[in-house]
Structures are given as C-alpha cells and as structure tokens.
Design a protein around this ligand. Structure first.
Ligand SMILES: Nc1ncnc2c1ncn2[C@@H]1O[C@H](COP(=O)(O)OP(=O)(O)OP(=O)(O)O)[C@@H](O)[C@H]1O
Length: 353
C-alpha cells in the first residue's frame, strides 16, 4: 500500500553524501503526500548552495520509484542552513548563521577577488549573504562589488549607531574603505582595526544571513586574532598561488588559525594556470603546477579548487561586475562557483557535526 510511511521507509536508506546519514533521520524529507500514484515531498537541504543537489534528488526519486504503484515523483527542494556553534566567551552576530574568513598569507594573491565572487556565487543560489571587508591594506571589495564611493547610512537606536550595509548583486556589504581615509598611512589605520571589526560585526544591520564572508587583511595579525576571539567562526579559507613562497605563507596562516581554534575549511589555489583569451583551449602553468595540491596533502586540508588566471576576471573586478555575474560560463567563474559550493557544504557538515 502506497502511503506516507511506505515512502519514508523506502527513503530511509538514502543518505546525505556529505553527512553520511539517512535523509529521513536528518529530517531532510518533509511534507510527504501521496495522491494515487503521484508522490510528492520536500527535500530540505543543509545549504541552498549544495553541490550535490541533483544527485540527491535523483537518489530520492530512484528509491521512491522502486515502490509498486508509483507513477510520478515530485520533489520540491528548499534549504535550511544550520547555525554554527559558539563558545561561551564568544558573542555571535545576531541573525548570522555562519562566518567564513577568507585569508591569505601575503597580499596580492587574489583574496578579495575570491571573497567577492564567493559571496556573489552563494547569493546566486538563494542564500542570504553578507560581505565584511576587513582589509585595511587594500579595501578593494567595494570597487569589485560595484559599490565604490558608497556612503554608509548610520541610524541611531538604543544600542547606539547602527550602520546600514551597502547592497549589490544580492550581497550586503560594509568595508573599511567606507570608514577609513585611504590617504592615511596603514600604520595609523592599524590601531583602529580592532574597534572597526567589532563595529562591523555588531553594529551593522545585517539582518538574517546564512553566510557572512569576511575579507581579512593579508598575513597573520590582529584582525585574525580579534575575529577568532570575538565571534564563532564557521571556518577559514586560505587563498594562495602556486609559487613556493606563497605556499609557505599559506602554511603559516593555516597554523595560526589552528592555534586560534578556527577550523581551516581548505586552500584555494588562485592564478593556477593562464588561459589566453585568443586561445582558450590552451593552458600555461606560469607559476608551476600542482603546488596547491601538494600543500593540501602535506598540510592535510582540502584543496577547495583552482582558479585560472584570466583577464576577464581582473576586468570584472575593475568594472565592479564580479565574473560569476558577468561571465558565469568562463573557466574562472565555474571554478569560483564550485569553490563556493564546496565551502557551503563543508560549513554545513561542521555545523551539524
Ligand atoms: N585569477 C585571476 N586572474 C586574473 N586576475 C586576477 C586573478 N585573481 C586576482 N586577479 C587580479 O589581481 C589583483 C589582485 O587581486 P586581489 O585584490 O583580489 O588580491 P588580494 O590578495 O586581495 O590583495 P590585497 O592583499 O592587496 O587586498 C586584482 O587586480 C585582481 O583583479
């Protein structure tokens, strides 16, 4: 007999491939309805950016279709991103479920480019996303997100001054660039960092966010310390390039996060190879190859993906249209989207562990 229970029974062995647990036991199958031979249910994923969405839907359909009498299977897919756990001394950001730090051992490796495109790629999946640009050395996220010269609005309420984030491409953003004088030397900006980071975490009207992506200053300094101590972090992503020096810096960054008790979600290798615009079928390993993969093995952290060096990626940044928006089919956009999905999947696994 075809009823809710028989559907749940046949779905019980189907597992979430990341969590390796039954979808039914994880309460990811809801609203099961049977109308003659027509079966429908809701699949509630742990992130709207689930990279295995199609695969899981397919597994569910196949399982249900083994039951006699089933004619159609209709799966509605939604997502509920789990909330990151926090330690007793930490103060979470109200409404924000997961904070992801994008970091690099040294400047100029493409950290901001990665942070901005990951934020937009996550928003494209329907996730609620914020971007906190904490880079005092080069606060260039506003330019990359098409929000240059934005003036942040300040509102007063009982908690004090509350900043309204800027908004573009589905991403809410605040930046050091909105508050600091770009002509002021970094040595004077540095001491303000701790205070501004706290303000950007707790005195911004972020609203409800699945992911708050933080573009960290490069290196291993006060910003990392402030973040790790103040808020629960879902994890850190370390951006590197294939050169040995950059990989050595990445190693230092990784050790620092580990010492601060922040999970390193993985490495991103940027500028992995060059794709000439006039011969896109070719690839040139300008900085050597396999460095990121080797480092990920040695350091025992996942390699989240490799992004090619592509002129369109830089142009997108300069024009304020991230490549995942302007040319989603390009090799770098595809790599960035896959990296965003990978990160989201790992964050959910960590939150539910
Ligand atoms: N894969 C890539 N292909 C082409 N250009 C890239 C790529 N990655 C980054 N760039 C360009 O390199 C420059 C530096 O990138 P970005 O500002 O993201 O680096 P960063 O590590 O954040 O630097 P900083 O530490 O100064 O903030 C930018 O002009 C960016 O557009």
């Amino acid at each position: 007999m075809l009823d809710t229970q028989s559907i749940l029974n046949v779905l019980r062995p189907v597992q979430d491939p990341e969590l390796q647990k039954s979808l039914v036991d994880l309460n990811m199958i809801r609203n099961v309805a049977v109308d003659d031979g027509n079966v429908s249910f809701t699949l509630v994923l742990t992130t709207p950016a689930c990279p295995l969405r199609e695969f899981i839907v397919d597994d569910c359909k196949k399982a249900v279709q083994t039951l006699p009498g089933v004619e159609t299977v209709n799966v509605e897919v939604t997502a509920e991103t789990p909330q990151q756990k926090s330690l007793p001394h930490q103060q979470s950001v109200a409404g924000t479920k997961n904070i992801i730090a994008v970091s690099s051992g040294k400047g100029g490796v493409g950290k901001s480019t990665v942070a901005v495109n990951i934020a937009v790629a996550l928003a494209q999946t329907g996730a609620k996303v914020g971007l906190l640009d904490a880079d005092i050395y080069g606060p260039n996220a506003p330019t990359m997100l098409g929000l240059e010269n934005t003036e942040v609005q300040v509102e007063k309420n009982e908690a004090g001054d509350i900043l309204q984030p800027a908004f573009n491409y589905g991403v809410k953003m605040v930046s050091m660039g909105f508050l600091i004088d770009p002509d002021q030397p970094v040595i004077w900006r540095g001491p303000m960092l701790n205070g501004i980071i706290r303000q950007f975490l707790y005195q911004v009207n972020w609203g409800a966010l699945d992911y708050l992506v933080v573009d960290m200053p490069p290196g291993t300094g006060d910003a990392q310390l402030t973040m790790a101590q103040a808020v629960p972090m879902a994890g850190a992503v370390i951006v590197t390039t294939p050169q040995t020096v950059s990989l050595l810096d990445a190693r230092r960054g990784l050790k620092m996060f580990e010492q601060l008790g922040v999970k390193v979600l993985g490495l991103v290798e940027n500028m992995s190879y060059f794709i000439p615009p006039d011969a896109p079928e070719r690839q040139y390993d300008l900085f050597g190859s396999g460095g990121g993969e080797k480092a990920s093995k040695e350091l025992q952290v996942p390699l989240l993906g490799c992004i090619p060096l592509e002129i369109a990626l830089r142009e997108g940044g300069d024009k304020g249209i991230p490549i995942v928006m302007s040319a989603p089919e390009s090799a770098s956009a595809q790599a960035l989207t896959a990296i965003a999905q990978n990160i989201a999947a790992k964050v959910s696994v960590a939150a539910l562990a």
